[in-house]
Design a protein around this ligand. Structure first.
Ligand code: MN
Ligand code: MN
Length: 316
């Protein structure tokens, strides 16, 4: 068995070559794959600065420097899994409702091949149809969730709309896609529409770890605890880049200060190792607000770290 490899910087300069994630082979269907990277270029679910539609292209562009082996954890994803880039979902940028259905159908097809997905957003609305497709694919087992974000994303409506980047998790709970007792939200902070904004999550049994509880400390102990409380069963990782402080990730639509560090972001994703991770996404990168490209580069690296914690990845 030979596995797809990212195109090496010694074979083709890093600033050239294919525009796929890590310059992996591109593939039109998920046939034969263990993992597919998928771009979801949606930003019509967002409520403030737009631009996340450019996220997939930009995150892929900044992924060129990532090499195959993770030196700290020993993870060797390309020694043990068949991985490719499945391109972008052909969304309808004039119609959010239709877009949500298109995304769900796209993922249903990929998951039917037994292929796990790592998704490049796009704004956070994409997680709802992705979770719908996963819930359908895995049957009665409800999904656990590791959700990194500055925001709870549990509004009932935004401007009268029920499916947006700020309402997706409330819909996912109402639709019974996720098991609240196996959900954790990390990094929530800043200002609320009302004083009890984060209580909707807590009332349903979701564990909420506000940013202030993360300040000045390693999140490795928190993740030890999260692994115990989430236990066995499927877990999805949804990482909103605005969970991190704008000092590290300024290129996003709804930035909030005093957030997590990039190190803490790595600790959270690496701390998912050992969970039954069925997929993940990295959302809300808005390249027009990211002149250095560092937000996209950080997003690319967090997606690589998600790849490294998937079950079945060898560690050296
Ligand atoms: Mn979000
Ligand atoms: Mn957010």
């Amino acid at each position: 068995m030979t596995y797809n490899q990212p195109l090496s910087g010694n074979e083709m300069p890093r600033f050239a070559g294919p525009g796929t994630f890590m310059r992996l082979p591109g593939q039109a269907t998920a046939e034969g794959l263990d993992v597919g990277f998928v771009g979801v270029p949606v930003d019509i679910g967002t409520s403030n600065r737009p631009g996340a539609r450019y996220g997939p292209r930009s995150v892929r562009a900044e992924s060129v420097m990532i090499r195959p082996y993770q030196m700290a954890t020993g993870a060797a994803p390309f020694d043990s899994l068949q991985i490719a880039d499945l391109g972008d979902v052909p969304i309808d940028t004039f119609d959010l409702g239709r877009t949500v259905d298109i995304v769900q159908r796209f993922y249903a097809d990929v998951l039917a091949h037994g292929c796990r997905t790592l998704s490049i957003g796009g704004d956070h609305v994409i997680t709802l149809p992705i979770l719908r497709a996963h819930a359908e694919a895995i049957g009665p087992r409800r999904i656990g969730l590791v959700h990194v974000d500055a925001h709870a994303d549990v509004n009932d409506e935004m401007f009268g709309e029920r499916v947006t980047h700020g309402t997706w998790l409330r819909r996912a709970v109402e639709e019974d896609l996720v098991d609240p007792a196996r959900c954790v939200q990390i990094g929530l902070r800043a200002t609320g529409y009302s004083a009890d904004d984060f209580d909707w999550s807590r009332r349903r049994g979701i564990r909420v770890v506000e940013a202030e509880a993360c300040w000045h400390r390693s999140l490795a102990p928190l993740m030890d605890d999260v692994r115990t409380s989430l236990g066995p069963g499927p877990v999805y990782v949804s990482f909103d880049i605005d969970g991190l402080d704008p000092a590290f990730a300024p290129g996003t639509g709804t930035p909030e200060f005093a957030g997590l560090t990039s190190i803490q972001g790595y600790e959270i994703v690496r701390g998912c190792h050992g969970l039954e991770v069925i997929g993940g996404d990295l959302v809300e990168v808005s390249p027009p607000y990211d002149p250095s490209g560092n937000t996209s580069m950080l997003g690319a690296n967090l997606l690589y770290e998600m790849l490294c914690v998937l079950p079945g990845v060898r560690r050296r």
